[in-house]
Write a protein that binds this ligand. Structure first.
Ligand SMILES: Nc1nc2c(c(=O)[nH]1)N[C@H]1C(S)=C(S)[C@@H](COP(=O)(O)OP(=O)(O)OC[C@H]3O[C@@H](n4cnc5c(=O)[nH]c(N)nc54)[C@H](O)[C@@H]3O)O[C@H]1N2
Ligand SMILES: Nc1nc2c(c(=O)[nH]1)N[C@H]1C(S)=C(S)[C@@H](COP(=O)(O)OP(=O)(O)OC[C@H]3O[C@@H](n4cnc5c(=O)[nH]c(N)nc54)[C@H](O)[C@@H]3O)O[C@H]1N2
Ligand code: SF4
Ligand SMILES: [Mo]
Length: 821
């Protein structure tokens, strides 16, 4: 058990503690927190003048008191070189979370690196270079010189195709406007790297091509829309566990105000359970569709709603494309786009066919259509807000499915209206600001497959770990280990050589099929085990960082602690790498090319912010964001009036749709008919293996466990990844709770601990993704949609027992996750 959990007292925050604005850097919701710091040798007192809360702490506080914090919200960290107490607690004034925390955000403090309390000692403190058969610590100049020299050998002014880049495109945990600009300016400004991919998918593309092509930005509402709507439609998302305070602070209020809820998910989630408890089961529909059948569902609902005349004819006439086809189906558009009537014809699906494809009853389909679109008795329009996420983004036929869902929102006039919106619920926070990526092309190159086929000579990796989180991961790791080892062996063979000799040796190994790998991370990750140079980055809180949340709320996280060792913000690492590339190219006599790497004389993250985001949004500065506090401003920022930034509550309130870049400002409908499991190899896998290996997230774990793996609270709960299985299936396989199983199929294998789940359907399991000791991605095949969107969710495999529960697994509770709220 973590030491703090046994602690019986914590220091009182003194009245004069320093206060910093913090947006939780984990999920998209971006809850407001305050970080309090004060010198180690000082403590507050119980008197109202002696503590930050200004209350008499000798008396019992009320249940909702703010004058409180939990052990997980406390740590001792360095600030300006001195030890300070740190408390990071939820901010009641923040409209996003109104003082709520979550099991992730409320542990931000305990997950900071501390030399006093010993937390997160895994954090990297200095650059490491592969030398003498292992990783050796070194200076930034030494490490970056090697990276620059090797990189410079494989790139040229008009050909950067041998440099492969994997980079985050988000805000919050890594990313942020500073860091996406730093990396973006380097790879898309100085260079035009086309062999790049994003942290969560094997290409540089959009998660929601169709929404954008239809003219609709995917984050178009404001969270309040959940509070004043008639129906909340949740598709392929599990907000209790993944967007926790959006659920608790906004969706729950909506249900309390009378909203009905429809959840589209093949499995019963804790979200379904929580909605039933809040709204009453009669106001909640769980559409437990067959895995991957969303398109059939949406096309059927669209057809029925249109046939009943429950559409918003004024909106369709005024704000959507009139005519037939606006964009034809082609290699870049997996469905044609056009008018409402054209889409109605193309998507036509009867209740009978819809029921057959989804496994639902016709009654369920009719009721869902009524809850979404049937006007009120007085004839007024029904409001419906739609939130969707990875169940369809990483699901079957991404382009058509998202298009079909948006068709319903557009047809019913629910985009750009109060109580409406068709939005991604989101993953990380957002913070994208980069030069154009048009040179990448569409469809974008499938980077993982190219690497597996021997492509790429130098690979720069920024804040992601494909070993744990990509698809076809077993094959990727096998090839990547072999290719990076070729370079390690060449380096080992030249131990003691000069820099020039070493670079020659590396380039020799690269040309023989090796890959030189540079990993920028905050810990020594799994793909980092294959890397030759490891560069330590800082996290949110160790730098100033701007990002926006799922309702486009832009905030500044103020730096409240020192970075470990010599680690640097990602934007500064990108700048120093650019500086070194410029120098090396100039030394090489390639002055023209070297000139392209100028403009990186940033000293701080604020310099990067001013050079990037601020240049396009001149009214936004750190100072103004600091003043805007944890409520920030909703993008797009329209101006600065009376000392305040002026934002935008909701997009498209004027009924003009622009995301596709069309001059007419009209939204398009998507003409994508249902076509079964679309990605290559999925139908065969489904036919060949017994169990659906549905996969995704759980409340406690954050992403690939990069911090979790050194956090006792998390590891005590799940020492290894779980797989939820119906007890009768467990019986068939001779399994007990906690047993270790191997999950295997035609592309790979992985392992997990068995967690009984009585609400699961037979032969349908759910496994947590991204764990360090059981990568679910090992059993996902390489199949993507036409635009290289991975289909992580539709995976089938067999299961066999490996061992009885290990001692760590035997201690775990296997109780139901459905708890009384
Ligand atoms: N099977 C399956 N696979 C999936 C998914 C799924 O649902 N199922 N989901 C996909 C999705 S949506 C996502 S987002 C991805 C996640 O995949 P990844 O992006 O690979 O996973 P993260 O855990 O977000 O990776 C964060 C890495 O960045 C490092 N890091 C954290 N903060 C910083 C920082 O400030 N700077 C730097 N340089 N490094 C930092 C961490 O140590 C960690 O190694 O997984 C995808 N893969
Ligand atoms: N606790 C926690 N929260 C997180 C994260 C985390 O790691 N931990 N990661 C963040 C990130 S980066 C992301 S992208 C988001 C993801 O947030 P979500 O998308 O909400 O989470 P997932 O668990 O990936 O998938 C959501 C649901 O999709 C369902 N699903 C599977 N197949 C299908 C299908 O065919 N159709 C439909 N309709 N549904 C299907 C799954 O059963 C699952 O319940 O979460 C963010 N929040
Ligand atoms: S809901 Fe998301 S943003 Fe809010 S505290 Fe939890 S992890 Fe952080
Ligand atoms: Mo994500």
């Amino acid at each position: 058990m973590a030491y703090k959990r046994n602690i019986d007292r914590l220091p009182i925050i003194p009245a004069d503690a320093k206060i910093h604005n913090v947006t939780c850097h984990y999920c998209i919701v971006g809850c407001g927190y305050k970080a309090y710091t004060w010198p180690l040798k000082k403590q507050g007192g119980t008197g109202p003048d002696d503590n930050i809360f200004g209350v008499d702490l000798t008396v019992q506080q009320g249940a909702d008191t703010e004058a409180w914090y939990a052990p997980s919200m406390y740590n001792v960290v360095k600030q300006d070189g001195r030890d300070v107490h740190l408390v990071i607690k939820p901010d009641v004034e923040c409209v996003v979370n109104s003082g709520l925390g979550s099991v992730r955000g409320a542990r931000m403090a305990e997950n900071r690196r501390s030399d006093v309390t010993g937390t997160q000692q895994q954090r990297l403190t200095e650059p490491l270079v592969w030398r003498y058969g292992t990783w050796q610590p070194t200076s930034w100049d030494d490490a970056l010189d090697l990276v620059a020299r090797v990189t410079a050998r494989v790139i040229d002014k008009d050909n950067e195709d041998d440099l492969y880049v994997s980079m985050f495109d988000h805000g919050g945990s890594a990313g942020g406007y500073e860091n996406t600009w730093g990396t973006g300016k380097l790879y898309f400004g100085s260079m035009k790297v086309k062999h790049c991919r994003i942290h969560n998918r094997p290409a540089y593309n959009s998660e929601v091509h169709s929404s954008r092509d239809m003219g609709v930005d995917e984050l178009n509402y404001t969270y309040e829309d959940y509070q004043n709507t008639d129906t909340i439609l949740l598709v392929g998302t599990n907000p209790v566990e993944c967007q926790t305070n959006l659920f608790l602070n906004h969706m729950v209020k909506g249900m309390q105000n009378g909203a009905k809820v429809i959840v589209v998910d093949p499995r019963r989630t804790v979200t379904v359970d929580a909605c039933e408890q809040v709204a009453g089961p009669e106001n909640v529909m769980h559409l437990a569709i067959s895995s991957g059948s969303d398109l059939a569902l949406f096309n059927t609902l669209f057809t029925h709603i249109a046939d009943q005349g429950w559409v918003d004819t004024d909106f369709i006439a005024g704000s959507t494309f009139q005519g037939d086809i606006a964009v034809a189906e082609d290699a870049a558009h997996p469905a044609a786009l056009g008018s409402f009537e054209a889409a109605r014809a193309a998507c036509k699906m009867s209740l009978q066919d819809g029921a057959a494809a989804t496994g639902l009853t016709e009654e369920q389909l009719i009721q869902a259509a009524e809850w979404i679109a049937k006007p009120h008795e007085d004839g007024s329009r029904r409001k419906c807000v739609t939130g969707y996420e990875k169940g369809i983004i990483w699901g079957n036929d991404n382009y058509r499915v998202i298009g079909a869902l948006l068709n319903i929102g557009l047809a019913t006039g629910n985009v750009g209206r109060e109580g409406g919106g068709v939005c991604r619920l989101g993953g990380h926070q957002e913070g994208y600001f980069r030069p154009s990526d048009a040179h990448v092309g569409r469809p974008a190159p499938y980077i993982d497959q190219l690497i597996i086929a021997g492509g790429g000579k130098v690979h720069h990796i920024w804040a992601n770990d494909h070993y744990k989180t990509t698809l076809n991961a077993a094959e990727f790791k096998r090839v990547y280990n072999r290719r990076s080892n070729m370079v390690k062996e060449a380096m080992d063979a030249r131990a003691g050589a000069t820099r020039e000799e070493l670079v020659d040796a590396i380039v020799g190994a690269i040309n023989a099929g090796g890959i030189f790998s540079v990993c920028v991370d905050i810990i020594h990750s799994q793909i980092g085990q294959a890397a030759h140079v490891i560069l330590p980055a800082v996290e949110s809180g160790e730098m100033n960082l701007t990002s926006m949340n799922g309702e486009r709320r832009l905030r500044l996280v103020e730096k409240y602690m020192d970075a470990p060792g010599s680690s640097q913000p990602d934007c500064i690492i990108a700048a120093r790498l650019a500086n070194h590339l410029e120098r090396v190219l100039r030394e090489d006599g390639r002055a023209d090319y070297a000139d392209q790497f100028m403009g990186f004389d940033w000293k701080t993250e604020e310099d990067a912010f001013m050079d990037g985001y601020h240049s396009a949004h001149p009214e936004v500065t750190y100072e103004r964001l600091r003043d805007a506090g944890n409520n920030g401003v909703q993008e797009p920022v329209k101006g600065f009036e009376n000392g305040q930034l002026v934002g935008t509550l909701r997009l498209y309130e004027d009924g003009v749709f622009t995301r596709h870049g069309r001059e007419d400002g009209k939204a398009l409908f998507c003409m994508g008919a249902w076509r079964g499991l679309q990605a290559p190899g999925k139908e065969q896998q489904k036919a060949g293996f017994r169990f659906l290996i549905n996969n995704g997230r759980a409340n406690l774990n954050w992403q690939n466990w990069f911090l979790d793996q050194k956090n006792e609270f998390v590891m005590d709960r799940f020492p290894v990844p779980f797989i939820q299985i119906h007890p009768d299936d467990m019986g068939d396989l001779g399994l007990k709770p906690g047993d270790m199983v191997e999950v295997y199929n035609n592309v790979g294998a992985t392992q997990a601990l068995v967690y009984p789940e009585p609400t699961a359907r037979r032969n349908e399991t759910f496994m947590i993704f991204g764990a360090p000791n059981g990568t679910q991605g090992n059993v996902i095949n390489a199949g993507t949609n036409e635009l290289m969107l991975p289909n992580y969710k539709q995976t089938w495999a067999n299961i066999r027992k490996i061992s009885d529960a290990t001692p760590a697994a035997a201690r775990v509770s296997y109780k139901s996750w459905e708890v009384e709220l």
